[in-house]
Design a protein around this ligand. Sequence first.
Ligand code: ADP
Ligand code: ADP
Length: 228
Amino acid sequence: MIEMHDVWKTYKNGTDALRGINLKVNSNEFVYIVGPSGAGKSTFMKLIYREERPTKGQIFVNGFNLEKLKPRKIPYVRRNIGVIFQDYKLLPKLTVFENVAFAMEVIEAPKKLIKKRTMEVLSLVGLAEKHARLPQQLSGGEQQRVAIARAIVNNPSVIIADEPTGNLDPDTTWEIMKLMEEINFRGATIVMATHNKEIVNTMRKRVIAIEDGQIVRDEQRGEYGYEI
Ligand code: ADP
Ligand code: ADP
């Protein structure tokens, strides 16, 4: 599903963000990525959704070698990865419906299907009745639900979530985590970076710890392993 072979990332300013990452994430796994700030977690995630390219090494997603991808395959690989951010990244002038539908429009899905599928995922995240609102008319937790709906609307096999609960209060955090579990249950592979010790130690999953650009721990049903 996701494989990395000796992946290195050095940014233009000379920062070595990742230094020799090797890993394999199987289909339908739920993986937490933990580690101190600046450890390389976001860089690791960005390489998977191809926001950044590795300086060295090979990355495979769904059997596609991202470094040898033919340009015409890029949209296909992209639609198979849904991304969720800490700050939601919704388009402020579009309604809830439009924000979600947009992700289907960019892949040129048929109009009828867009309407049906968008309402379907909005129902799944509990926001069907708020489809006509603007993001600013929603709570943070609701905005993140919209972002989750957008991430799953094209039915991707992989969900990348970078600190998805970082801006949310504890109750809302648990609601969002239940939703992530539901999405995983429905078949998606989830890779989620988090600083939330309570989540990791309660909803036990595989834990991969990154420090200073390297994997220092990889445990099934692992623990957060850091104070705070
Ligand atoms: P984390 O997500 O664990 O906080 P990052 O992947 O964001 O870590 O950062 C890893 C290292 O790479 C840090 O030293 C950070 O300052 C550096 N870094 C991240 N993005 C860039 C960039 N675009 N240019 C230069 N350095 C970067
Ligand atoms: P760009 O040309 O800027 O890379 P894309 O065509 O990939 O943009 O996506 C357009 C918009 O659709 C993005 O701004 C983003 O909000 C949304 N989007 C695209 N792919 C995804 C995804 N996998 N998960 C969540 N949102 C996405």
